[in-house]
Write a protein that binds this ligand. Structure first.
Ligand SMILES: [Zn+2]
Length: 175
């Protein structure tokens, strides 16, 4: 990412940044130390990269669209989902389902995986809207998806937590 730094004597404290044609333009006070500037610019870079990645994933195919298809095919359109989106911050979790808010968040890494694995993760999180725990009935819902076992193996091989049966209802993030 290209970075342009503009130091301005009129600025006193704040450092700001915005993207201008693929270039990160940073405005900073004249006398800010290089060290502080480096740290802040690094933070801006990460933030803008994440935003870009998320936009790219959504452009590929909207998550909402995919989920609506899965809802129809595997849940007879019975699920009500308030929000569904990619998140960039998760590390070892591939998805989160918030049962009470009826929202699902999926790691951006899943968006980069083959679509049959992504669909498994979505179905897994969607099934949590019916069964918060990894109970027997939870897995029987998930198994409506024929590639479920294969996808779990894939995720495990990728270092994601597939063996997550010990999570409890109240944890906000479920694998
Ligand atoms: Zn789970």
């Amino acid at each position: 990412m290209e970075v342009t730094i503009i130091r301005s004597p009129r600025r006193h404290r704040t450092i700001s940044a915005r993207m201008v044609n693929d270039c990160l333009v940073v405005r900073a006070p004249q006398h800010v130390s290089q060290e502080r500037l480096d740290t802040v610019v690094e933070g801006f870079k990460i933030k803008f990269q994440k935003r870009r990645l998320k936009e790219a994933l959504d452009r590929k195919q909207s998550l909402r669209e995919i989920v609506e298809k899965l809802n129809e095919k595997y849940f007879a359109n019975a699920l009500k989902i308030n929000s569904i989106e990619y998140v960039i911050d998760q590390n070892s979790k591939y998805g989160c389902c918030n049962y009470t808010q009826r929202s699902i968040r999926i790691s951006h890494k899943v968006g980069l995986m083959p679509s049959w694995v992504r669909d498994y993760v979505l179905i897994h999180e969607m099934a949590h809207l019916l069964e918060p725990n990894h109970s027997k009935s939870f897995w029987s819902i998930v198994s409506r998806y024929k590639l479920a076992e294969r996808a779990r193996g894939y995720l495990l091989a990728m270092g994601f937590l597939a063996e997550d049966e010990q999570e409890n209802v109240n944890s906000e993030c479920m694998g």
